[in-house]
Design a protein around this ligand. Sequence first.
Ligand SMILES: [Zn+2]
Length: 305
Amino acid sequence: MQRTLKQPIRLAGTGLHSGRPVRLCVLPAAAGYGIRFRRADVTDRDNMIPALWNHVTDTRLCTSLGNSAGVEISTVEHLMAALAGCGIYNALVEVDGPELPIMDGSSGPFVAAILGAGVQVLDTPMRAIRLLGEVSVAHAGVSARLLPSDTVEIAFAIDFDEAAIGRQSKVLDMANGTFVRELSDCRTFCRRRDIERIQAAGRARGGDLGNAIVVDGPRVLNPGGFRRADECVRHKMLDAFGDLALAGAPLVARYEGTRAGHRITNLLLRALFARPSVHEMTDCGPAITGRLPGAHILPEDFVRL
Ligand SMILES: [Zn+2]
């Protein structure tokens, strides 16, 4: 069955790119509403932005969405992953600025708030997207593809020169609270040598060791090091899962990403929806519903941060 929140959640934090304070309120919504963002600070034009793949306007460093009035919201992927990971595809997200708060750079604080508010099961069947064939995109050593599967699977491989990261790969079936337990606490990361260039371009001005892992060759500059030895590939899986939630419904498929980022995952969704013959919408019976992310989450799945 479809889900929403039992009650609103409110969070405050800092925008990664602006470095400015931003407040977030996620409100329950009816079945079929989807996820929509509302820019509460914009009052002179349409301020509603659907959380859908065809509203993606920018994929540099994070995923940004926009509407036809030119109103945008950035850094949506970690909240999208948290909502999808808790099985929520109906909610109104109000934000009083141009980007979501980065919190600690993971989805953990969002998941904690969602599970704290409680999940409301609605009286309408869940609909999911099933793959009937393969879809892939590749460019310059970066690739992503979707394959038919009976469950939601994410497979990812990364390969960095920095010895602190190196080669990492992982495969997870996202059923039974996997997102909450295995991925939600994994933070975004960057290389120290990239920070100056990124900040000179006016981005990540709010970035610090409290909201990102910074690596320099073999060293992790954050005092506590990694939360998990393979935290970097896990965060890439979190990002991919959040970007795939912009399909608007659970994508019951195997996603395989190799050095993929927000751009290639969005191109993959565009390739998928450009080919009606390779996917279908289906009402989920108990068998599929029981394997979707968000089903059977246990309180002990959440890693206390
Ligand atoms: Zn991320």
